[in-house]
Write a protein that binds this ligand. Structure first.
Ligand SMILES: NC(=O)c1ccc[n+]([C@@H]2O[C@H](COP(=O)([O-])OP(=O)(O)OC[C@H]3O[C@@H](n4cnc5c(N)ncnc54)[C@H](OP(=O)(O)O)[C@@H]3O)[C@@H](O)[C@H]2O)c1
Length: 198
């Protein structure tokens, strides 16, 4: 991929997650909280495209994929790629199965999908986030700050907050603190400004 990177259509690689104090994101294969409006914000964000007919590619770790209820699917404007080295067939409702992160990126930037895909959304879990953070096209992290403590067994990886700067305001992202089921949270966006960002 390294030598061919300049010949392909670069796409923004973006992370989206919600993390509590201590950066926990999951427990026993599920979300540790029930925040329907926060989940709706996730759906609104990943389904945004600039014009009809365009799509986004969602990259899922296997456990993360299976942790979602069937009722979530289909998701508008989205194609889904699940990462696994052990699965042999594409999971129900998904479109692609890839053995590694780089192969998933290649799907989005080469024919037949290159003209269709706008954004590559990385939706977890930990290992997939880690790889996305290192990718040169990674420009934004949408990270909801769930302002409470939860018992978690999966965590959002550490990232360089000097490289990814928190934005005071970001288009389409409410800046006020939200509250749901007695839990406060706020939407954050961290932006990387480097030559490689798309
Ligand atoms: N709060 C949030 O925003 C948020 C977001 C996402 C997930 N979560 C939570 O996080 C938990 C799931 O995340 P997780 O980190 O435990 O698991 P995960 O990343 O969803 O799944 C791990 C599995 O995915 C496959 N995989 C991951 N990265 C891969 C790669 N680069 N190449 C090939 N295969 C790869 C491997 O499957 P094989 O073993 O088959 O190879 C690996 O065992 C759940 O509790 C979920 O609710 C929370």
């Amino acid at each position: 991929m390294d030598t061919s990177r300049d010949k392909v259509q670069k796409k923004p690689v973006r992370l989206i997650a919600a993390a509590c104090r201590g950066m926990g994101i999951g427990k026993d294969g599920k979300l540790p909280w029930h925040l329907p409006s926060e989940f709706q914000y996730f759906l609104n964000t990943i389904t945004q495209v600039s014009k009809p007919g365009k799509m986004n590619l969602l990259v899922w770790g296997k456990l993360c994929w299976y942790s979602n209820p069937e009722t979530m699917f289909p998701v508008a404007n989205n194609l889904h790629v699940v990462l696994s080295k052990t699965l042999n067939t594409v999971p129900d409702h998904a479109h692609f199965l890839c053995q590694n992160f780089e192969t998933a990126i290649l799907l989005a930037v080469r024919p037949p999908l290159a003209d269709l895909i706008e954004t590559i959304w990385v939706v977890g879990g930990t290992q997939v986030y880690k790889e996305a953070l290192k990718h040169p096209w990674c420009d934004l992290i949408y990270l909801t700050d769930v302002m409470a403590d939860f018992d978690c067994d999966v965590f959002f990886p550490e990232f360089d907050r000097r490289l990814f700067k928190e934005q005071e305001r970001f288009p389409g992202v409410p800046s006020k603190i939200q509250e749901e089921n007695g839990i406060k949270y706020r939407f954050q966006v961290f932006k990387k400004e480097t030559a490689d960002a798309v």
